[in-house]
Ligand binder design. Structure first.
Ligand code: ADP
Ligand code: MG
Length: 600
């Protein structure tokens, strides 16, 4: 955030605190300002889902309802005090978030959005029908006074409860978003396959983003019942869910200030124009369209552009390379399978896409520490093999055994964690993230701190972040990109993007690195650099599976070459043998290579 903007925000936040001294009008303080604070708590949580994780939820009114009704029922029927009721509301919100998050794992884009709409509608219907608990359409009315020992949060005093809670919620969202969790959300948003292959569990993070967001919605619900001392089903309509989204988008996603501004607008605007209440929906619709067309980044984006920016800080100033020369660490093998048998073996590995058998009965053996090249004409099944080895595709039959253990329905995340890292034939970086952050995503497995470490920025969380940053710099230095650490990945020239992908793969402490055409599109100087890199990796004990069309590179670095044609292995052996193999020459190498081999 630019410094001018930060100051402005601090001043505004402080001024806001004194609002009840400026005006005693209960309408402004109690109804408007408290409502803004409560909406901000919810919208900041919604931002985690929409802004950071890139999913759309149109069901947050349902989560808000879950919190509100849980708290209302507990304080009226069970006579619980405010605090335990609010905690229960947060827990209930989180539980409902889990329910909402489960489809997020299977669906995406419009289908996910529609499933959240359905969720919101179901909650509203249940609230209406479960009359014994919720009083149905009448709503729950006799919400008791909100007191904390001697403190009384009735009337305008409610503001002194919701305002600090809003600041704490914003702080919590900020901390999550700027931690390794936030990086995981963002990586999954940009490319979920690349994120999974870099060791991030889509399952874990998609669920946790919904749960966190829903917990905040639950808190907002528990506070909301104290504004009118009433809660009824009509409040939690689909329109309210849409209103939250409008507040988020108009204010600007991924911005705390945007969350506050957006909520201010959606709460205050209808009051200002209350004579035109009939046109309220239309006004909000127009606001949304206006934002989408004219104000990308919302109000916060506009302010950011208008105010002088702080000179872009070098993100890496606090950490230097970790001194270990390369930052490369090879994962230790468990006692049982260490040094026994081959590193990787596929057994009759087969995959068919409809009638096309892309890989057919492949037996591939990769020994520990060797450079193994997989070559063959375009469309012969090389990339498909990589996808099978890394859990991106499931084999139709056959299996992969790695380090003595068969993969059973392994996800790309599990494969990465067991020690296979890869690059992609079509470079799959996280383009909006910096070069350094891309490598930090690969180092995700080095973070063990939980949510509490993230929220409280414990010494452990700080240490893990610092260690990861210095290791990331060492890895970048190893591939020659350290000077570009703060640059956005998408701005790198193509050859450097390929090198960055290799650094991200090495960050995962793999035992086997799979490089899918690392030299494609590179200049001859860059190809020589890749050659040098592979030699260094081998010297450190890593095994490399190299898919490549540049035969000089393949023949110079490989210990073993396997040749595919139409999905089948037609030869395997040392480079010199492969160059002389008639089937290989006919299928792929052609007579030039024959001549080359004859010369040698
Ligand atoms: P290579 O990497 O050796 O050039 P690929 O492994 O990318 O070849 O492709 C092998 C064959 O499998 C091609 O005919 C390709 O069209 C097909 N193929 C790969 N992935 C899919 C998929 N997801 N769906 C259908 N066909 C696929
Ligand atoms: Mg390919």
């Amino acid at each position: 955030m630019p410094r001018a903007l930060r100051t402005l925000v601090l001043v505004a936040a402080a001024a806001f605190l004194f609002l009840p001294f400026v005006t005693q009008n209960p309408y402004y303080v109690h109804s408007v300002a408290c409502k803004v604070c409560i909406y901000v708590i919810l919208v900041a949580g919604l931002d985690l889902v929409v802004g950071y994780s890139g999913d759309v939820s149109v069901g947050h009114a349902g989560l808000y309802a879950a919190g509100a009704y849980t708290a209302a029922i507990l304080v009226t029927k069970a006579h619980w005090p405010f605090l335990p009721a609010a905690l229960a509301a947060i827990a209930m919100g989180a539980l409902f978030g889990l329910l909402l998050g489960v489809p997020a794992l299977r669906l995406s884009g419009p289908y996910l959005a529609v499933s959240t709409i359905a969720f919101g509608l179901i909650v509203q219907t249940v609230v209406n029908e479960a009359e014994k608990l919720t009083e149905g359409s009448l709503g729950i009315q006799n919400i008791p006074k909100l007191t904390f020992g001697r403190w009384n949060f009735e009337g305008n005093n409610l503001y002194y409860l919701v305002y600090p809670l809003m600041l704490l919620s914003l702080l919590a969202v900020h901390r999550v978003a700027t931690s390794y969790w936030g990086r995981a959300f963002e990586a999954l948003k940009e490319s979920s396959i690349a994120a999974e292959c870099s060791g991030i569990s889509r399952y874990r993070y998609k669920l946790s983003v919904f749960v966190l967001s829903a917990a905040l919605a639950g808190l907002a619900g528990a506070l909301f019942i104290h504004i009118d001392k009433y809660v009824g089903p009509t409040t939690f309509s689909l329109q309210l869910s849409i209103l939250f989204l409008i507040a988020l988008i108009f204010g600007g996603t991924r911005s705390l200030l945007g969350n506050v501004l957006g909520c201010l607008v959606v709460v205050v605007l209808p009051d200002v124009f209350n004579r035109f209440a009939d046109y309220q929906l239309m006004t909000f619709g127009a606001l949304l369209l206006f934002t989408l067309y004219v104000l990308p980044g919302g109000l916060a984006g506009l302010l950011r552009r208008a105010l002088p920016a702080r000179a872009t800080a070098h993100t890496t100033e606090e950490a230097g390379p970790d001194g270990s020369e390369t930052g490369i660490r090879v994962r230790k093998e468990d006692g049982a399978d260490a040094d026994a048998g081959d590193l990787l073996a596929t057994e009759r590995l087969t995959i068919a896409f409809g009638g096309l058998v892309a890989v057919n009965g492949l037996d591939l053996v990769i020994r520990r520490g060797e450079v193994h090249a997989l070559i063959g004409p375009n469309g012969s099944g090389k990339s498909t093999t990589v996808n099978l080895l890394t859990g991106v595709y499931r084999p139709t039959s056959g299996r992969v055994v790695f380090g003595g253990r068969p993969f059973q329905n392994a996800s790309p995340f599990a494969v990465s964690r067991s020690g296979i890292a890869r690059t992609f034939q079509n470079v799959a970086l996280f383009g909006d993230m910096t070069v350094l952050e891309n490598v930090l995503v690969g180092l995700h497995h080095t973070f063990h701190g939980g949510l509490l470490d993230v929220l409280f920025r414990t010494p452990r969380a700080k240490r893990e972040e610092k260690d990861a940053r210095s290791r990331a710099l060492s890895l970048l230095a190893f591939v020659g990109l350290d000077s570009l650490a703060p640059e956005r990945a998408r701005n790198l020239p193509y050859g450097k993007q390929r090198l960055l992908e290799i650094a991200r793969a090495l960050a995962q402490d793999p035992r086997l690195v799979v490089l899918d055409e690392p030299a494609a599109g590179l200049t001859s100087g860059e190809i020589a650099a890749v050659d040098g890199l592979i030699v260094k990796l081998k010297a450190r004990g890593l095994a490399v599976l190299l898919i490549e069309h540049h035969m000089d590179l393949v023949m110079s670095v490989s210990d073993t070459v396997t040749v595919l044609d139409f999905g089948e292995k037609i030869a395997t052996g040392i480079p010199a043998e492969i160059q002389k193999d008639d089937r290989v020459i006919n299928a792929y190498l052609g007579t030039d290579a024959h001549a080359m081999a004859a010369d040698a």
